[in-house]
Design a protein around this ligand. Structure first.
Ligand code: OAD
Length: 238
C-alpha cells in the first residue's frame, strides 16, 4: 500500500539525516545487521583512536575492504529520490549523512555533509593542518599507505568512535532553520545524530522517519513511515 504522501510547501526548509539503512538496498551491510562484527572483532574495537594507535594496519585493512565494497555498490532509488528533492528545493534542502560511502553524491546530491567522514578520503595522522585528500586506494598492507606532505602517515578520513563528528556548527544551524526533518535508515542509537530529531521537535518542525522498523528514538517522530527507503522514498513527496 502506498504511504500517505508528505507535502512540502514553497516555504518549507527540509533537513534530511540518513544512516546505513539507505545504502542497504545498494548491497552495503548496515552496522547492526552484521551484529557489529568484522573478522571476529567488534566494529567498535576497530574504529577507535585507541585501535588506530595500537594497530593502524588492522584499521586500514577494515577501511580498505569497505572501500572495495563501496566501489562496487551503486546508488539506489532512495539516493536518487533525495537528489531529485534537492533539485526541486535548492537551498531549502540540506542533507546530513552518517554514511561514509559516496552513494549520495553519485546520485547527484550536492548540498550534503558527511558527519562521520568519507571512505574516499584520507588525512594526516598528526592533524598537521593539511585538508583531507581524495584517496580511494584499496591498500593491501600498511607499507602501501601514503604519507602527508609533513611526512606523517595518512589515516582514513573517518570519525572514529569517541571522536567529535564533523561540521557540527553547520549542522546545528541547518537544523535550527528546518521546518521538516526527514530521517532515513538509522537505528537512532549513535549520538549526537540520534538527538537531531529532538532539536527539530523543540522548534516545532515536523519529524518523519522512514525505515523498515522503529528506530530507538521513534517516540520523537511525528510520523513513522514503515518500509524500505528505496521503495518508499520515490513518490513520497508532493
Ligand atoms: P545501523 O546499522 O545502526 O542502523 C541501520 C538502520 O537501517 C536500522 O534501523 C534498520 O532498520 C534500517 N534499515 C535497514 N534496511 C533498510 C532499508 N532498506 N531502508 C531503510 N532503512 C533500513 O546504522 P546507523 O544508524 O547508520 O558510526 O549507524 C549509525 C552509526 O553507527 C554509523 O554512522 C557508524 C556506526 O557505528 C561511525 O562510523 C562513527
Amino acid at each position: 500500500m502506498m504511504a500517505d504522501r508528505i507535502s512540502i510547501s514553497a516555504t518549507d526548509r527540509v533537513f534530511v539525516l540518513t544512516g546505513a539503512g539507505i545504502s542497504a538496498e545498494s548491497g552495503l551491510a548496515t552496522f547492526r545487521a552484521s551484529d557489529g562484527l568484522w573478522a571476529g572483532h567488534r566494529i567498535e574495537d576497530v574504529c577507535t583512536p585507541e585501535a588506530w594507535e595500537r594497530n593502524p594496519a588492522l584499521v586500514w585493512e577494515f577501511y580498505a575492504q569497505r572501500r572495495a565494497q563501496g566501489a562496487l555498490a551503486q546508488p539506489n532509488p532512495a539516493h536518487f529520490a533525495l537528489a531529485a528533492l534537492e533539485q526541486r528545493l535548492g537551498d531549502r534542502f540540506y542533507l546530513c549523512t552518517q554514511n561514509v560511502d559516496d552513494l549520495h553524491e553519485r546520485a547527484g546530491s550536492l548540498r550534503l555533509v558527511h558527519m562521520h567522514g568519507e571512505l574516499a578520503k584520507a588525512r594526516c595522522r598528526d592533524e598537521c593542518g593539511q585538508p583531507p585528500i581524495e584517496d580511494r586506494t584499496v591498500y593491501q598492507n600498511l607499507g602501501e599507505v601514503g604519507h602527508c606532505s609533513c611526512g606523517a602517515l595518512l589515516r582514513p578520513h573517518i570519525v572514529f568512535f569517541g571522536e567529535i563528528p564533523l561540521a557540527m556548527d553547520r549542522i546545528q544551524k541547518q537544523i535550527s532553520q528546518a521546518s521538516l526533518m526527514l530521517v532515513i535508515g538509522t537505528s537512532g542509537a549513535v549520538y549526537p545524530a540520534a538527538s537531531f530529531v529532538h532539536w527539530a521537535r523543540q522548534q516545532g518542525a515536523r519529524t518523519v522517519y522512514v525505515g523498515p522498523e522503529d528506530p530507538q528514538n521513534a517516540g520523537a517522530f511525528t510520523r513513522v513511515v514503515e518500509g524500505k527507503a528505496g521503495e518508499v522514498l520515490p513518490g513520497l513527496f508532493i
